[in-house]
Every structure is written in C-alpha cells, then in structure tokens.
Design a protein around this ligand. Structure first.
Ligand SMILES: Nc1ncnc2c1ncn2[C@@H]1O[C@H](COP(=O)(O)OP(=O)(O)OP(=O)(O)O)[C@@H](O)[C@H]1O
Length: 255
C-alpha cells in the first residue's frame, strides 16, 4: 500500500464571473511509497503548484482523490484540516515563510506550540534537530540576522519537527546560492536516508537529480517518469535533461 495515492486528479479553475475556465490538471495519477524521494518537474503553467496545493489540502480538486496513509483528504472536515496538515505534512517553501518577529527557535517550535505540546517536549525534539541541521548556535537569532541557507535550514527543521508522514517542498532551492543549494540537497538526502518521504516541486535539474524518481507533468497529466536506480547524480542530471528536451519538443513517453 503506497503512502500517497493520487487518483485521476482534475482541476478546473473557473473565473469569478463564470466566464473563462482553465483546466490546470486533466488526469493526474501516481503514487509515492513510504521512504521515497520524488521530484516533479514541468514547464511554467503545467499545474505543479495546483497539484501541490491539492496534496497540501489547501485546495480541492474538481474530481479525483488524494489518499495519504489510508485517509482520503476530501473526507476530512474543514475544521480538522489545519490540524491534519500540521500533524501529517511538513512544508518547505522557496521563500522560507519564516515569521520575522519570531526567533529561529520559536519559528521551528511553532507547529508544536499550536499542537499544545509542553515547552519541555518541544525543547527535547527541537535541539537534536537543530544540531543535525547545523543551526543550533543560531536559535536565538531572528530570520533577518541569518543567511538564506540558514533560514532554509530553520524552515526544514520546522517542517520536520512534527515528524510528518511526508515533506512537501515547493522550489526549496529556488532562492538559494549554489553553496546553500548543495547544502540543502545534502540535508534532503540525509533525511530521506533516515526514512523521511519527500515530494518536491522543482525547476532545478540539479535538485531533481538528487531524487530517487522524477515525474514530468505536461498538459495536466504525468507524461513521463524516470527512476534514478543506481545512476549517479551526474548521470541522473543528464537523463532528466534529455527527458526535458523530449518534453519541450512534444515527443511522447520518452520516445
Ligand atoms: N486561482 C487560479 N485561477 C485561475 N487559473 C489558475 C489559478 N491558479 C493557476 N491557474 C492556471 O492553472 C494553470 C496551472 O498553474 P500552476 O500555477 O499550477 O502551474 P505551475 O506548473 O505551478 O507553474 P509555475 O512553474 O510557473 O509555478 C495555469 O494555466 C494557470 O494560469
């Protein structure tokens, strides 16, 4: 039984006055096993953010379903959605989404504070995580006092502190320089090796080449997928680059 099952997702946006309709997703089906590290790529406008918003239970599909560990997202009552999200999903965004008036410690602790965990328990979980991510000396600092890479590591700590079933990452390296990108990708590899399931939207071939599997989305469907298998990051980079060329030139299923 996969951890995440996405069944025939369709999403049609209707403009406010009912005029234009945009079909962002036509028929998206795939699944993610526990412990996998999956990247999804596609051109601008191909529906990646729409898909991520639906997986995050921030938006609802027009039809189709998403099942996370036997729970169909569409069956969760609205009043329970934010707690479900907080307890089961970890989010990492391109622009970090840290609160400027909170220290790094308080930013990382926030999901557990909202879940009413005791300060002692919060500290017991937070300190080893901060140590693993190399930000333990920065916990009293505010986001404006640290670098982009350090902010992103704090955001990763915040995503992991609830021990989520899956981490959803939206262009996590998009705002980072190349040194911080390498450091974040090493962290993702490390937490994946420790068993964390990761689903990442990215435009970056480099980021995608670190994943175990890459899905390609085009015209609202998963058009192709690549397994890394025993390939190196460099070989995977080349395979992804070839697949993107096929995608851009309109070939089908890797032909
Ligand atoms: N709220 C909305 N209302 C109407 N149309 C929308 C809305 N959000 C997205 N769309 C349209 O749906 C399609 C898919 O958009 P989406 O943002 O999911 O693509 P994307 O792959 O994430 O793009 P990018 O890589 O540029 O972020 C696009 O045609 C977009 O214009």
């Amino acid at each position: 039984m996969p951890l995440l099952t996405v069944n025939h997702l369709k999403k049609i946006y209707t403009t406010r006055f009912g005029g234009n309709q945009v079909q962002a997703l036509s028929d998206v089906t795939f699944s993610v096993e526990e412990g996998e590290y999956v990247a999804i790529m596609g051109e601008s406008g191909s529906g990646k953010t729409t898909l991520l918003n639906i997986l995050a239970s921030l938006d609802q599909p027009t039809s189709g379903s998403v099942i996370l560990n036997n729970v169909e997202l569409g069956s969760i009552p609205d009043r329970q959605l934010s707690a479900f999200r907080r307890e089961n999903l970890g989010f990492v965004f391109q622009d970090f989404n840290l609160l400027d008036t909170f220290s790094l410690y308080d930013n990382i602790a926030l999901p557990l504070v909202l879940s009413r965990r005791t300060p002692k328990e919060i500290q017991r979980r937070l300190l080893p995580l901060a140590q693993m991510l190399g930000i333990d000396a920065l916990l009293k600092k505010y986001p404006y006092e640290v670098s982009g890479g350090q902010k992103q590591r704090a955001a990763v700590a915040r995503a992991l502190i609830t021990d989520p079933q899956i981490v959803l990452a939206d262009e996590p390296t998009g705002a980072l320089d190349s040194k911080s990108t390498d450091s974040l990708l090493r962290i993702f590899e490390e937490i994946n090796r420790m068993g964390q399931t990761i689903f990442m939207v990215t435009h970056s071939l480099k980021a995608a080449s670190h994943a175990n599997r890459v899905l390609f989305i085009k015209d609202g469907v998963v058009f192709h997928q690549l397994y890394k298998g025993a390939a190196s990051n460099e070989e995977m980079y080349q395979h992804i680059s070839d697949a993107l060329t096929v995608l851009a030139t309109g070939g089908k299923n890797g032909e």
